[in-house]
Every structure is written in structure tokens, then in C-alpha cells.
Design a protein around this ligand. Structure first.
Ligand code: SF4
Length: 312
């Protein structure tokens, strides 16, 4: 008799995020389903980019899990669509955001790479969100291809137009995220171009990030704190550096520690410190659980820039 596949988990956390506080993640895509293949992607490399929007999963299953997480009583500052790829590729996104807004006052955020904002249906889907966090790393077509490695049908020009159009009608907050990659998009000349583009997009905030987790392409490296600060100053008012996890968040994990760790590493590579902070557990028990998961080959470790990361 065929075994029934385990039910998919769409919801993870809440995990502490410097930008969003305690964020309940909602992941509505099969692993690495994206319009881009960024060199810094922590999901690894894939040449199979797509621009085809699909339903992927039953929205009622997703909403059921979100409701359960809200009812658990855990503190949640934002409910955030992010995870295994580009959330706007899921054509149920608009209905899901509206469904969550009917259940709760907790603000809904969407992390997007902005490439599909040129589409009216995508802009419409995002309208019900309280916060939209578009990533925008390249202000020239050449760097867009080099850093973000887009699906062949995408263009930087259309992405910029889509962002502008979205800004004109959207009443919520737009927090633009720029991922800076050493030696790629961090030159003073490119930072000047980014600044011009930001002025046209008119986001509420600009948040600078850099490569702190194992990237898809090994040579994609991070900037140091002083370099980040210099770029923050060059971009000016409304720009902040948002790189680290807060170290003090204390939340309780549901289920066993090992299950909670597996749920975290499935989304992205994490350090033992990330896990301890996210789950509100002491380092010794996290280390023990990691050893056990490693010995049964459920997770593996890799070093990046002097830190040890665990992944699936
Ligand atoms: S970093 Fe985000 S936008 Fe870039 S390839 Fe990975 S999932 Fe897609």
C-alpha cells in the first residue's frame, strides 16, 4: 500500500528578524521557485528560473496553519510571506493576504524580488499587505544580469517601472532592501546609480544587507561593517544597515527541539547561535540536538567566513 505523503508545513517560526520583530514566516512555494537566481541566494543555485504564476498549494491549508499559529498565543509582530522563492509566483497570494487580514490585526509583510511588479495582477495581489519589502540590488542592466541572474524574459527597466507604478497606488509601507555583494554592486559609481533609482522609487525605508550566509556562488562575499556604513552614509536619510539577528529574543519552539531545528534549516542555512536565539534555547541543548541530527545525516554543516552553518 502506498504511504501517504506527510502534510506540508507552510508556516515557520516566529523567528526573530531585525526588521520585522518576531516574524511568523509563511512559505507558499516549492523549494527554490524563483524568477531570479541571485549569486548570494542562500537556497543554492538553480538554472531553472520561472515567471509562470501557479496556485501550487491549497490556500485553505495555508490559512488553516496560519490560524493555528495565531491561536497558539505566541507573540507575533508580523506575518511574513517569504521562504523558498518568490512569493508573487504563487497566484493565491492576494487571497491569502486578504484571508489573513480577516483573521487578525497582526501586520502582513511580503518579501519580494520585485521582478513581477510590472504585472497588474501582482500589484493588485500585494495591495492588501501592510508592508512590502522589495529587493533591489542592481541599478544597471549588466549588474542585474550579473548579481540577480534573471529569467530571460525579465528586464531591469520593467522592474523599475513596476516598482514606480506600485508606489503610486500602494498605501502601505515599502521597505527597499539592497543586498550588497563585495566587488559586485558596491562601487561608488554604482552606489550613486542606486541612489538615483531609490529617489525615483520613493520607498519608506532603505535597508542594506550583505552576504552573511553561505551563498549560491562561493565568490559572492560580504562587505565589512565599515564598508556598509560608508554606503549607508552615501545613500543618506531613511537608509539603515540591517544585517544581524537580535541576540536576545526568547520564544518557545513547538514540538521537540530537533523538529524545530529541522524546520529552520529547511528554509536556510543557520548557525547554532541563530537557532538558540530563535528558539529561546540554551546553546548546550542546541549543540546536542545538532550533533544528533548530524549523526543521523538529517542535516549537514558547512563553513563560511569563519562561521559554521547547518543546512538540510
Ligand atoms: S535570493 Fe531570493 S530572489 Fe534571489 S534567487 Fe534566492 S529566492 Fe530568488
Amino acid at each position: 500500500m502506498a504511504r501517504k505523503a506527510p502534510k506540508r508545513t507552510y508556516v515557520y517560526g516566529p523567528v526573530p528578524s531585525r526588521r520585522l520583530g518576531l516574524s511568523l514566516g509563511v512559505d507558499i512555494l516549492p523549494f527554490k521557485t524563483c524568477t531570479l537566481d541571485c549569486v548570494y541566494c542562500q537556497l543554492g543555485s538553480s538554472s531553472r528560473t520561472t515567471v509562470r504564476r501557479k496556485a501550487f498549494f491549497d490556500p485553505q491549508d495555508v490559512l488553516g496553519q496560519v490560524r493555528k499559529a495565531i491561536n497558539s498565543g505566541a507573540r507575533i509582530d508580523h506575518i511574513t510571506f517569504s521562504g523558498s522563492g518568490e512569493p508573487t509566483l504563487n497566484r493565491s497570494l492576494g487571497g491569502l493576504i486578504r484571508g489573513i487580514k480577516k483573521m487578525t490585526d497582526i501586520p502582513v509583510a511580503v518579501l519580494t524580488n520585485a521582478t513581477l511588479l510590472s504585472r497588474t495582477d501582482v500589484r493588485e495581489a500585494l495591495r492588501a499587505a501592510d508592508v512590502v519589502v522589495p529587493s533591489f540590488d542592481a541599478a544597471t542592466p549588466g549588474l542585474f544580469r550579473r548579481v540577480n541572474r534573471p529569467h530571460r524574459s525579465l528586464s531591469l527597466n520593467r522592474t523599475l517601472k513596476g516598482l514606480g507604478e506600485f508606489r503610486r497606488r500602494y498605501k502601505g509601507e515599502i521597505w527597499l532592501e539592497i543586498m550588497l555583494v563585495k566587488g559586485m554592486n558596491d562601487s561608488p559609481a554604482h552606489v550613486r546609480k542606486l541612489k538615483e533609482a531609490i529617489a525615483a522609487i520613493r520607498p519608506d525605508r532603505v535597508q542594506l544587507n550583505t552576504v552573511v550566509r553561505p551563498p549560491a556562488v562561493k565568490s559572492a562575499g560580504p562587505l565589512n561593517a565599515a564598508e556598509m556604513e560608508k554606503i549607508r552614509e552615501a545613500i543618506g536619510v531613511g537608509c539603515e544597515v540591517t544585517v544581524d539577528f537580535p541576540k536576545t529574543a526568547q520564544i518557545s519552539s513547538r514540538g521537540g527541539l530537533e523538529a524545530a531545528i529541522l524546520a529552520m534549516v529547511r528554509r536556510r542555512p543557520v548557525t547554532a547561535e541563530d537557532i538558540a536565539a530563535s528558539l529561546g534555547r540554551d546553546r548546550a541543548s542546541v549543540r546536542k540536538a545538532l550533533e544528533s541530527l548530524e549523526s543521523t545525516k538529517k542535516i549537514r554543516r558547512a563553513s563560511f567566513k569563519g562561521k559554521t552553518f547547518f543546512s538540510k
